[in-house]
Design a protein around this ligand. Sequence first.
Ligand code: NAP
Length: 255
Amino acid sequence: MTQPRFTGKVAFVTGAGSGIGRATAVAFAAEGARLAVLDVDAAANEETARLVAEHGGEVLALTCDVTSSRDVAAAVAGTVERFGRLDAAFNNAGIEQPAAPLTDIEEDAWARLIAVDLTSAFLCMKHQIPAMLANGGGSIVNTSSGAGVVGIAGQAAYVAAKHGLIGLTKSAALDYAAQGIRVNAVCPGIIETPMMNRFSGGTDEGRARVIGQEPVGRMGRPEEIASAVLWLSSDLGAFATGMAMVVDGGQTVGL
Ligand code: NAP
């Protein structure tokens, strides 16, 4: 058994009520972290908190809309009040875009997608970084996507947000590198989550279509993204900052 990497550390996970966020919250807890789990879906978030507690993790469940600066500020303050510090943040909440060519994207839908998938990470970091600086540093991982590194037809808003997240990550990494804060992005491929189920339609045909994009011939599991996030967040990743780690079964390698 390897040593738990997050004993004594405090982690903060958004979009924790489902999929990649839930798996990562449980993984942090299994490696000794105390953590705040956040989601806009209070019931799903409470279920994640229950799973975290099952792994022996001390957990604070906070209902939070990551597009609201007020919600995010209160969540960071609540985390520090409860646990006394903040060491690792996983800014992961996101929504998908219904497939549509650019001219069919309504302006409201564009603004909503940019708010949830891009501006949220700015707001989270704006409030997390001062809390991390107060205890000498920390690590932030933002969830981008394969859509952060290649263009995809019918996905202009999602691709713009996920490319933007990588730029945001790189600049934030440079702003705070000398002060002990590392900022990285993880870029998942096709991962078996409720979001992917909605995206594929959940049918055998839809699943086969998305799996067809994966050279490894299967979807990834949320836990396989969690393990990358934990590496980036831990001391094993101490020299990694400003990086976009693509974990995608080869999906974007040949593109
Ligand atoms: P998921 O299963 O839909 O989980 C996302 C969670 O975020 C949901 O609980 C959702 O709540 C929550 N959320 C949505 N808007 C929010 C908001 N404004 N404030 C707080 N929480 C909010 O999705 P997932 O597949 O785990 O995706 C997690 C992240 O990975 C996303 O950023 C996604 O873009 C990215 N990603 C996923 C894949 C994939 O194949 N699954 C691939 C690449 C990147 P509701 O359910 O109530 O909306």
